[in-house]
Write a protein that binds this ligand. Structure first.
Ligand code: BGC
Length: 728
């Protein structure tokens, strides 16, 4: 009702304005007609809001999927709705339900599974949890946005049956089961047509066939074709200021290239979402809050603990606290562990539970020792904040550098001045130049490596001398969604206690929609870190070897190049296993890795990126306080050559052929009798389960079947088990 009434009040110009985003996360209000702003936010493992406030950080998609627990994922959705309300957000940009087609895809961590059915069920649960509390979900990215290679333009060449049974299926299930308010049209093309212009997929399949009543939002900057997007079924261009719509759309309408009715339907869909969200009753935007609730902590813990997968255990786990007088925590991810992946899904967590602190709390009698063993960065890491100070003389009292933000490249109009701790500095749209300045004090003598990259131009000075020039010859690179320059590096030998003046000048590239500069400083490294780590391991009762990737490697915008753990981690693992066989390998990655050392490892745990409760969940699994029950929602292949998309990835000449057809994930390994490293559905427990009396008892009208079986915990401990049935 309200939708029809409001629609009647609007002029054509106002209608176009409504469906052409206002800014990064908001649509335009039309005050005259009583239409408020719609505010959306990433998503999906928390709610970032405008970015300034902390948020609850839940495990990423693949970790949630490993729980196979729809009730738990529904609770995550409900808690995320509370978070959205605390940031006055009406639509959360998630869940991400693209398919794990290749293990190399940069955003696999964010997506649930290689299996469309599991993905669809989990997406429905998440959506129901969220929407029952009055906050909208946004299924993304529709469709076939399954890797990051040439992500803005690549055309996925896929046959109809594969599209329907694998890639569209999670969307179809979630739409029919949970009626999401919104859906995001992807960047890529499908069979030559941009997802945002795909008349067949959006208008015919999604809206007509499946009866989707919600709003189709473009992925950010994905709307490129004014008339085609409008005719194809896109409803809202985001973000603003609009490029494809706005004035160009109005011009097209005035030239008669489009009917006003086409726009009316889009406006009606937007108004419907505003209505569902209760926004018409509370039109005034409230400021954002960071509310750290116990309920959210509990859910985040539960999801992390149930999502971690025990891949291998010959009996070393659970650890016996009494037998541990010394425990070595070795590996790059001991301290530089990851709780989320890189890109738009990142949030600023309320807190982070670290493995070191969680273990220290649980093992007060045990001596904990630690060494990283090797490095894994792709880009030079951020320096410890205490190395930097904005002012001379009192290095360390205020950590970070002084940032000055200017509206012009001549740096005459100063807009903002403040101390900045982070080594990645973003510039808002009104900023043209940034200067970061302060003092770097050297904790240990030796060669320090500096790194600098940016979207635009940047240069770094030490004591007034140019050390890194990323200004005159800016080469393309991978950071910042592939909009950043290549990283330029330089070395400087420093004396202990020495303090030098550090200055970074940055000029934004006005044509880039991402405006940021990033610097890194790496202190002197040990001559043989792996040997030091192995020596430390030798001396301990047990070793926790924490390896993995990080958000340099697993991020939106870039795929990985191989399954191998970055850096010298494979060698580190072999040497530590040799030095101490009581070593548990803890892999902190968001997608499969190769494990050439697996035969020698007595225990392996896959933690994924498990959110703010990472440390507590891991410690409780290690010590048997929690019995692991996670199951892989994807296959861990034995080698990259074995994977279904190997010969059809990443694509060439602008196209990627989904030549493996339906044989995605376990369908491939099973039909070809290829032995994977760990199969889909695999996951061990500290107890044992016995299945008996299994039979199919009912064939339902919708084509599904009901399977009945007896399940018994035949072991000594309490445990949880997910039964799996496969139809052929
Ligand atoms: C991502 C989306 C995200 C959007 C807004 C895009 O780069 O693909 O998943 O919701 O940015 O941050």
């Amino acid at each position: 009702m309200v939708v029809d009434e409001k629609l009647k009040l609007l002029s054509l110009t106002e209608k176009v304005k409504l469906i052409s985003g206002e800014s990064m996360w908001r649509t335009f209000p039309i005050e005259r007609a009583g239409i408020p702003v719609l505010k959306v936010s990433d998503g999906p493992n928390g709610v970032r809001g405008d970015g300034g406030r902390a948020a609850a950080c839940f495990p990423v998609g693949i970790c949630m999927a490993s729980t196979w627990n729809t009730a738990l994922i529904e609770q995550v959705g409900a808690d995320i709705a509370d978070e959205a309300r605390s940031k006055d957000v009406q639509v959360v940009l998630g869940p991400t339900i693209n398919i794990h087609r290749t293990p190399l895809a940069g955003r696999n961590f964010e997506c649930y599974s290689e299996d469309p059915y599991l993905s669809g069920l989990l997406a429905s649960a998440f959506t129901i949890g969220l929407q029952n509390k009055g906050v909208g979900a946004c299924l993304k990215h529709f469709v076939c946005n399954d890797s990051e290679f040439e992500r803005h333009t690549i055309s996925v060449e896929v046959d109809e049956r594969t599209l329907r049974e694998i890639y569209l299926r999670p969307f179809e299930i979630a739409i029919k089961k949970s009626r999401p308010w919104t859906l995001m049209a992807a960047y890529n093309r499908i069979n030559g047509i941009y997802a945002c212009s795909h008349q067949y997929l959006i208008n015919e399949v999604l809206k007509s066939e499946w009866g989707f009543e919600g709003l189709v939002i473009s992925d950010w900057f994905a709307a490129k074709e004014t008339v085609e997007n409008a005719k194809g079924g896109l409803d809202l261009e985001m973000p603003g200021p609009a490029v494809a719509w706005g004035q160009p759309l109005l011009d097209s309408l005035n030239r008669g290239e489009l009917d006003e009715q086409v726009v009316d339907d889009k406006v009606a869909r937007l108004l419907r979402v505003l209505d569902w969200s209760g926004r018409f009753d509370q039109p005034d935007e409230k400021s954002e809050n960071a509310i750290d609730q116990q309920q959210h902590r509990d859910t985040a813990y539960q999801a992390a603990a149930e999502g971690m997968v025990l891949l291998k255990n010959t009996g070393l786990l659970p650890l016996q606290a009494k037998q541990l007088s010394k425990l070595a925590l070795i590996g790059p991810n001991t301290h530089s562990f990851r709780i989320m992946g890189g890109g738009s899904s990142a949030v600023r967590p309320h807190y982070i539970s670290t493995p070191m602190e969680a273990l220290a709390e649980r093992l007060p009698q045990t001596e904990l020792v630690s060494l990283p063993g090797c490095l894994t960065h792709k880009f030079i890491p951020a320096p410890p904040r205490q190395w930097l100070s904005p002012t001379a003389g009192d290095a360390g009292s205020v950590a970070g550098l002084l940032g000055r933000f200017y509206a012009d490249t001549e740096r005459e109009e100063l807009v903002l001045e403040r101390a900045i701790g982070a080594a990645t500095v973003h510039a808002r749209d009104n900023i043209r130049a940034v200067v970061l300045e302060g003092w770097l004090s050297c904790e240990s003598a030796g060669v320090h490596t500096f790194g600098l990259l940016s979207t635009g131009k940047a240069r770094l000075y030490i004591d007034g001398e140019l050390l890194i020039d990323n200004w005159r010859n800016v080469l393309p690179g991978e950071a910042f969604f592939s909009q950043g320059s290549a990283e330029q590096r330089a070395e400087l030998d420093m004396i202990q206690g020495q303090s030098v003046q550090l200055k970074i000048e940055y000029e934004v590239a006005p044509d880039k929609n991402f405006k940021a500069v990033r610097y890194g400083i790496l202190g002197p490294q040990p001559v043989d870190g792996i040997k030091d780590a192995a020596d430390l391991a030798r001396d301990a009762d047990a070793v926790l070897l924490m390896v993995g990737t990080n958000d340099d490697w697993e991020t939106e915008g870039n795929d990985r190049l191989s399954l191998a753990l970055p850096g010298d981690q494979d060698e580190l693992i072999s040497k530590v296993l040799e030095a101490n066989p009581n070593t548990i390998v803890v892999n902190n990655s968001g997608s499969p890795i190769s494990m050439p050392w697996l035969a020698d490892a007595p225990a392996v745990i896959q933690t994924w990126f498990a959110g703010q409760e990472f440390g507590c969940a891991l410690a409780d699994i290690l010590l048997g306080e929690v019995n692991p029950s996670g199951k892989l929602p994807i296959t861990f292949p034995a080698s990259l050559e074995d994977t279904p998309a190997f010969t059809n990835y990443p694509g060439e000449f602008g196209k990627v052929h989904y030549g493996e057809g339906l044989y995605v994930g376990y369908r491939w390994y099973s039909s070809r009798s290829i032995q994977p490293l760990f199969c889909f559905g695999h996951g061990l427990s500290y107890t044992s389960f016995e299945y008996s009396a299994g039979s199919i008892v009912e064939q339902n009208v919708d084509g599904s079947v009901t399977i009945e079986f007896d399940l018994q915990n035949s072991g000594e401990r309490l445990g949880k088990e997910t039964g799996q049935g496969y139809l052929q």
